[in-house]
Design a protein around this ligand. Structure first.
Ligand code: C2E
Ligand code: MG
Ligand code: MG
Length: 462
């Protein structure tokens, strides 16, 4: 292709603003890359860093508008273990070797550039005619990594994204290749995955959540529902759990399963949790002002708070602002919160308990560190996940239910069973000595006003 000077290429007429902004983007990438020649390469391996890679590959794309391009992203599962088991110098040797496998393509294949994103994270950008060429590159690199004899065998995963008909940016393609890669990370038999339509839809859904959530919070579209907790013997409501709901103006009521995981990825869940907690404290303070008996309404604490140094202060401030004792807002924590920053989380928990908060372990039975945590830390309550009461016609499931409940009771834990839907489940759980439950058989999550109505009736019946 004939090269034009930059000034010739940049056309500032309004119709071309999109093209012009693409050029400006390239220009700013080029300036950044040139300003910082030293920093444009990854020190250990000498491969380009991501910024320079974006600039070079964007330029290749602009110079070859008729070519199809692909981005291949690669990550090594558990690379940390290589450093831990084989020593850092062995880890470095491996990274240099892998870098050479990538560099080979930069040196020998036209219209190709490669980079190192992080230690064990590499990217390759190349023009292709048949998709199979990209698969061949992946398989070649994987075979070379397999050949290199290490005391510790590593498992690379590859994700591939190809440019579409419409103009796509390299950074978008890299994001898509990374999503494809993550879909198979650590799976031994899956060598690579292409970014496909399902992933694209999922990504759009996630982007939409990210785009809409800030306004949703401001416009009051998020609201706390409460699901009553009952004593199954007496039928009395003993408290509730706050569960967030999103009343989307177009999409209706959205359940947290759809948006909480997205907000946990970008950290915004911290704001949402705080908002829900505030609604609950405000409701509890209303009960108090009306001179009615308080019941504990537990609030969910996302695993993201494992990194939140202000967690304790935020919660204590709420108890002071609303003048509600901490024990009426028990905290539901999932085990995964402890996987993130175990020591920090234990510390935070201790501080919270010292300030009067009760801690419940949520979704007990679905994580990894459960048993260890039961031994090492005093929980005030354990919420048994509904997996314990699925398939109860199977004798094995009954045994697991019976002995797990017995163990928890012997440890002195208070327990509550989640997700009871049938009389049969209720009967078996009661037989195990667990009286408290939460489930659709009794009540579904409901708006605070409805919950309040139920409480009022219960108070009047006394
Ligand atoms: P979770 O904390 O374990 O909450 C219990 C979930 O089980 C709720 O789902 C509830 O509606 C559902 N459930 C209750 N009884 C039954 C039953 O009998 N059968 C079945 N199939 N399900 C039942 P929901 O409201 O969709 O919430 C899902 C998860 O989202 C929650 O699980 C929690 O981890 C998270 N979540 C909800 N609200 C919040 C929040 O305000 N903050 C944070 N960080 N996470 C939240
Ligand atoms: Mg919960
Ligand atoms: Mg749960």
């Amino acid at each position: 292709m004939e090269h034009k000077t930059r000034e010739e290429v940049i056309d500032h007429s309004p119709q071309n603003t999109e093209k012009a902004s693409g050029e400006l983007y390239l220009e700013s990438l080029r300036r950044m890359a040139e300003h910082n020649k030293e920093a444009s390469r990854y020190p250990l391996t000498g491969l380009y860093n991501m910024r320079t890679f974006f600039y070079l590959s964007s330029e290749l794309m602009q110079q070859n508008p008729k070519s199809s391009f692909g981005v291949i992203a690669m990550d090594i599962a558990q690379f940390k273990s290589v450093n831990e088991f084989c020593g850092r110098s062995e880890g470095d040797r491996m990274l240099k070797y892998i870098a050479d496998c990538f560099r080979y393509y930069e040196d020998n294949r036209p219209k190709t550039c490669v980079c190192q994103v992080r230690a064990d994270n590499f990217c390759l950008f190349t023009a292709f005619e048949e998709e199979q060429e990209l698969v061949d590159i992946v398989q070649d690199i994987r075979a070379k990594i397999d050949e290199f004899s290490f005391a510790y065998r590593v498992l690379p995963s590859f994700g591939i994204c190809t440019s579409e008909k419409e103009q796509t940016s390299v950074s978008y393609m890299k994001d898509c290749a990374t999503i494809a890669m993550q879909s198979i990370k650590g799976k031994f038999f899956a060598e690579y995955a292409f970014f496909d339509d399902e992933m694209r839809k999922q990504m759009l859904r996630e982007k939409q959540v990210e785009n809409d959530i800030v306004a949703a919070l401001k416009n009051g579209e998020l609201t706390a529902f409460i699901q009553p907790k009952v004593n199954m013997r007496t039928g009395r409501i003993i408290g509730g759990e706050a569960l967030v709901r999103w009343r989307h103006p177009e999409r209706g009521l959205i359940s947290p399963g759809v948006f909480v995981p997205v907000l946990e990825k970008n950290g915004f869940i911290i704001n949402v949790d705080r908002y829900i907690w505030e609604q609950i404290f405000s409701y509890l303070s209303r009960l108090k002002q009306e001179g009615r008996p308080l019941v504990p309404i537990s609030i969910n604490v996302s695993r993201v708070h494992a990194y939140d140094k202000h967690l304790c202060d935020t919660l204590v401030e709420l108890t002071e602002k609303y003048d509600v004792p901490a024990e009426y807002a028990p905290l539901e924590l999932t085990e995964s919160a402890f996987l993130e920053d175990e020591a920090g989380m234990f510390q935070r928990m201790k501080k919270l308990r010292d300030r009067g908060f009760k801690i419940a372990m949520d979704d007990f039975g679905t994580g990894y560190s459960t048993m260890y945590m039961l031994k090492s830390q005093n929980m005030d309550e354990v919420k048994m996940d509904r997996i314990f009461i699925l398939d109860l016609e199977d004798e094995k499931s009954q045994i697991v239910l019976k002995y797990t409940t017995a163990m928890l009771l012997a440890l002195g834990s208070k327990i509550i069973m989640e997700g009871i839907e049938t009389e049969e489940q209720k009967k078996l759980v009661l037989e195990c000595g667990c009286e408290n439950a939460q489930g659709f058989l009794f009540y579904k999550p409901m708006p605070i006003e409805e919950f309040d109505e139920l409480l009022r009736k219960q108070e009047e019946a006394q």
